[in-house]
Design a protein around this ligand. Sequence first.
Ligand SMILES: [Zn+2]
Length: 289
Amino acid sequence: MQLRIATIQAVLLVFICSTLAVAEPTVKQIGSGLYAYISDNDSSANSTFLVGQSGILVVDTGLNTSEATKLLHAIRQVSSLPVKYIVNTHYHPDHQGGNAVVGPASVVISTDFTRARTLEAMKAPAMQDFHFHPADLTFQQQVTLHLDPYSVEVYFPGKAHTSGDALVYFPQQRAIAMGDLFLNRSSPAMDYGSVESWIAALDHVLELPLENVVPGHFELGTKSDLKRFRDYLNDLYQQVRALKQNNKTLEQVRHDIHMERYSDFRQYPKYEATFSDNAAVIYQQLQGR
Ligand SMILES: [Zn+2]
């Protein structure tokens, strides 16, 4: 009996260890000095970091202290240089909750909109546990960072996932950090943005020379993964528009859309990130015109 218990314990230990081994963030070098950090927690965003000659730039810092500590550990495996800059792609806590841990002395950069929404969010009692560091430097359209020997283009692509996202393009590495404008094989959550201009923003990104596309969540993507996500948004947009033109109600639209081609897309009802939720947002945006 004792032997049996020992065997069960050993099996359990192997199981727990292998489960833990799976639940690890992955870090992949995707260009000279540039790394994609793919989070192992769906509730915490991916990050991208660029190691220059005298400092590091980090795009998005994860949900909280624990996620940011994992990210900082991964950065320190690559370089001990100071984190000079942090770019937050938008104001959602899963993208900026780790700012104070990853770069307590960093210059934080975002759009004006993201800073304003962050200051607003900090007033809510539920947000007291998040140690936000709102942007020190903001922009409306674009800003270029020079992290020798690299340059990085940070720009506002138009309303999309929110009304003030930022994309971060690394021309020398032919890579881009998309924030939540791109989730790999997943229906996205939609804040108060615009799906119509979101699709146009993705079309613009697809014209850039790119080899790697870092999504806000889930596995590292290629240009063709991004194209498929763009096609999903566009397909859904066209379907909802046609149904609405035929005077279908919101409930009918939710029911009548055909998304079989995207059956591999993750659905997250808890974040209102399903085909049906996305259709409802598009319907409301069309109505609000
Ligand atoms: Zn988001």
